[in-house]
Ligand binder design. Sequence first.
Ligand code: UD1
Ligand code: CA
Length: 457
Amino acid sequence: MGLKVIILAAGSGTRMHSDLPKILHPLGGIPLLEHVVTTAFALNPEKVHIVYGHGGEQVRARLKDIHVDWVEQSERLGTGHAVQQAMPSVATGDMVLVLYGDVPLIEVRTLQALIDEAHGGLALVSAELQDPTGYGRIVRDGQGKVQCIVEEKDASEQVRAIREINTGFLAAEGGALRRWLDVLDNGNAQGEYYLTDVIARAVSEGVEVRTVGPRVNEEILGVNNRLQLAVLERCYQRRQANRLMLQGVTLHDPDRFDLRGELSTGRDVEIDVGVVLSGRIVLGDKVVIGPYCVIRDAHIGSGTRIGAHCVIDGATVGPDCRIGPFARLRPETDLAGNVHIGNFVEIKKSEVGIGSKINHLSYVGDTSVGCDVNVGAGTITCNYDGANKYRTEIGDGAFIGSDTQLVAPVKIGAGATIGAGSTITRDAPPDELTLSRVKQETRKGWKRPVKTKKREV
Ligand code: UD1
Ligand code: CA
């Protein structure tokens, strides 16, 4: 005797106009269905069943790491028929909770209240809407007791005027639900087996049908098209933003913040507008992220400031660094503490030691940079010969003059100085000046060419 959650997810999602099944469309970077599954698991169920149909294989593949029971509904004969597909694994005494794969923002506490109300009978989540068009209406008697649900397409003018609607969320005792489902018929406007018809069955047996309301109406909103998806995306982002602000994060504008993954933050973190965070992100104490940064799978150390318009992906940044504006840190970048990476600098698969600076217009790839190194403007590690990649090593305290090419594989010794404009193809010894440069000359009396006058025709 436990909780059995049945998630209805057999819809085709035609109005998304997409090759991707609707329930796999992301909300905050996570498939719609996964949000529902996560909420379901928060209720400590004995089992979670997903009733799937269209695009089923793709859905199963995407959620393969989640331990649920997949139930195929090969013909879409209605919500009652869909629930029936999962009933063989429901026992008398179980509590059954019906959720929807395309209604992602339902909250655990609303569902917990629903389950509490359903003990010994049946309960549903209802809501009062300004515009109830399209929903099933909750019909009550003179004492306010629920009598039945009438679908919009089957409703009279009088019933259509009712503003209390069925959200679809329902909980009921397993044995009773099976009994009610077994006698459903499809003699209605849509020729479907309606789950909602179990309400009238319950009432006819003298079972009291209870209702609970959502905390906020966004909980009951479903996704049928991309416009609705976008509305829910903003709701979801606002929820995350509110949570982060209450945890002590400063968001310069919570309506211009996007988190598509997991973020953990230290104290006094500050995030400017237009920042998009995805994957797993850790921000230490006092990290400041400037406007319009895109950061994915990154660990940013305490006290580090990221300037405007940086793109950081798969990188680890130590404490007290200064990054950007306009810097790009690519995967396997590992910066130690107090490193400065300036504008139009790209770093890939490289480690940079404490106190080193790469401040302007450089590419550093497949490189290990020691501590207190200064890499001058326009320095390029030539790591690729068109076929293979090679490493560059720059020792502690080295100084690389501006506009230098380091043709890998190559080593720059500790304390070495490389003259500006050099193309370094062989290892440079430590503590010496190495340069490769054409000797400067002055051509006395040389004149600039003048424009030759075109002959008129
Ligand atoms: C349903 C309710 C309606 C409620 C509304 C809330 C019924 C008969 N009506 O209507 O009272 O106001 O939801 O949005 O239940 N599904 C399946 N297999 C099926 C049919 C549906 O898995 O055979 C799934 C769909 O993918 C969808 C959900 O069930 O996620 C609801 O189905 P839908 O056809 O959209 O029901 P509504 O007509 O909106
Ligand atoms: Ca619907």
